[in-house]
Design a protein around this ligand. Structure first.
Ligand SMILES: *[C@@H]1O[C@H](CO)[C@@H](O)[C@H](O)[C@H]1NC(C)=O
Ligand SMILES: *[C@@H]1O[C@H](CO)[C@@H](O)[C@H](O)[C@H]1NC(C)=O
Ligand SMILES: *[C@@H]1O[C@H](CO)[C@@H](O)[C@H](O)[C@H]1NC(C)=O
Ligand SMILES: *[C@@H]1O[C@H](CO)[C@@H](O)[C@H](O)[C@H]1NC(C)=O
Ligand SMILES: *[C@@H]1O[C@H](CO)[C@@H](O)[C@H](O)[C@H]1NC(C)=O
Length: 452
């Protein structure tokens, strides 16, 4: 245990309790996590009036909380080391920037801080009851349930669900950010977050194979990168202990944060499975009513009315994201018609280059594509950069075999079309022979306008 303590100290996670004039999130030491903490819920109000300094409020004193405005509660999860969540400050600021509202940070660090997950789990109902008592007072002062929004992370997502259930699903909205899986998996709806807990429930699942919850829990459930193994996160413990355990889980929060900053909107594709999404089977949203496919994060509620009218009112949506902020990726279709006599199976790597020399690459390798003579194969390519004017393209074909003959893929026509920007001209190239594992560069031409 002592060794673990040192390790965590080295990672800079140990912070001692300090006194500050401006109230801040409870900081505890790893020692507290070892001995465990009793529950103490502090509500910290942030408004546009003072974004950096919180006001501690409670059910008898609502402070500067303006009940006629929207109120967003941020509820964190399990804190195995006692440190404050690193993302909290950005989330508060991000929310205050998108809309004039009250932001209430639900600080239950005393309670969530313990090395034993079940101890934190056991306090979730109690936290929900305290929030209920507070919201009841807000309602008594004239607030409306429609205006209440809860953003719950991990255990906090289920706490939000418990609160919502006590109001029979009349809360305005709940966003679950990677709702906790352990001890919640397989539980009935009343024991976890579910679509009936608010007027609209949206969920981002980013760590379904470890700390997160795999099954859909809301009206819309987003599974970035399939919901597991997020890009940029270490796949083994050698990538860093802390990162290894938290990185995938925290990606849901990072993606939500990115949605508050309007530099790129992460558009997701409604689909039954991640595999179908990767195979390009879910590129249209299939709804003439909607202007665009659903957006992950804060603006997911644009789909609220549409989703609530569905039977059942639930939908899964998938999207891949880039490793770094702002996380957007840009989708293209690569249509290939080949004329090899025998079926060729393999993966395609495509690179795009613009006049400035920017290069962006997409490896379409989730499963080998089968190229049948004269049949068009449409591959979904995902690029990190959005190159407006593509000057050159390279293709690389690989069967994955390291020994044996080098195969060729004889391409009759390849076509590149942007899904993100369907108005952009489609680019073509005819008659190419791709020798296995040899990168072939070429300049595309505009595809003929009229095509069958
Ligand atoms: C925010 O509140 C703190 C503490 O009351 C105060 O020192 C600071 O000046 C305030 N900032 C603004 C912009 O009002
Ligand atoms: C609520 O907050 C007020 C003002 O900070 C404080 O005086 C009061 O004791 C608090 N009440 C409870 C029940 O904590
Ligand atoms: C509360 O918010 C409403 C609506 O935004 C506004 O009209 C009112 O002036 C606010 N009250 C206070 C005390 O700031
Ligand atoms: C959690 O609560 C249950 C029932 O309330 C109890 O049986 C169990 O011992 C508690 N577990 C821990 C680790 O506190
Ligand atoms: C491409 O290159 C230019 C010049 O080097 C640069 O300004 C631009 O940001 C790059 N990226 C994209 C996506 O065009």
């Amino acid at each position: 245990m002592l060794r673990l303590y040192f390790l965590i100290s080295l990672m800079g996670l140990v912070k001692s309790d300090t006194d500050e004039t401006c109230p801040s999130f409870t900081k505890l030491s790893f020692h507290s996590a070892v001995v465990g903490t009793g529950l103490n819920v502090r509500l910290m109000l942030y408004t546009k009036r003072n974004e950096t300094c919180a006001q501690v409020i409670n059910s008898t004193d609502l402070g500067n909380l303006n009940v006629t405005k929207k109120t967003t509660f941020i509820i964190h999860g399990f804190r195995p080391t006692g440190s404050p969540p690193v993302w909290m400050e950005n989330l508060v600021k991000g929310l205050l920037n998108v809309q004039e509202m009250n932001v209430v940070v639900v600080d239950w660090n005393r309670g969530a801080t313990t090395v034993i997950y079940t101890h934190a789990f056991n306090k979730t109902r109690k936290v929900a009851l305290i929030l209920k008592e507070f919201i009841d007072q807000m309602l008594a002062k004239g607030a409306s349930l429609d205006n209440i929004y809860m953003v719950g992370v991990s255990l906090g997502a289920h706490i939000s669900g418990f609160v919502g259930e006590m109001y029979n699903g009349q809360l305005g909205r709940i966003t679950g950010l990677d709702p906790a899986g352990p001890l919640f998996n397989g539980r009935p709806p009343q024991d976890r977050l579910d679509a009936g807990d608010a007027q609209f429930v949206d969920v981002i699942h980013s760590d379904t194979d470890a700390l997160g919850y795999k099954e859909p829990l809301g009206n819309i459930d987003f599974y970035p990168n399939g919901g597991l193994d997020q890009p940029g996160c270490p796949k083994t413990i050698f990538g860093g202990v802390s990162k290894y355990f938290k990185c995938d889980h925290q990606m849901s929060v990072r993606l939500y944060l990115a949605s508050l900053i309007k530099n790129c909107a992460i558009t997701a594709y409604p689909c039954d499975s991640y595999r179908d999404y990767r195979n390009g089977k879910c590129v249209s949203c299939g709804t003439p009513q909607m202007m665009s496919c659903p957006l992950l994060g804060y603006y997911a509620d644009k789909w609220k009315d549409y989703l609530r009218d569905r039977d059942p009112p639930m939908m899964k949506a998938f999207v891949d994201t880039a490793e770094n902020e702002p996380f957007c990726i840009y989708h293209y279709f690569v249509d290939i018609v080949s004329w090899n006599k025998n079926v060729r199976r393999g993966v395609i790597t495509i690179k795009l280059k613009d006049k400035n020399g920017n290069i962006t690459e997409s490896k379409i390798d989730h499963e080998p594509a089968a190229f049948h003579k004269y049949h068009q194969v449409s591959l979904l390519a995902r690029f990190n950069q959005d190159l407006d004017k593509v000057a050159a393209i390279s293709l690389l074909f690989s069967t994955g075999s390291v020994i044996g003959p080098k195969y060729k893929l004889r391409v009759l026509r390849m076509k590149l079309r942007s899904l993100t920007h369907p108005e952009r001209p489609q680019l073509c190239r005819y008659d190419l022979v791709l020798v296995e594992n040899v990168e072939t560069f070429f300049q595309p031409i505009l595809c003929p306008k009229l095509q069958v």
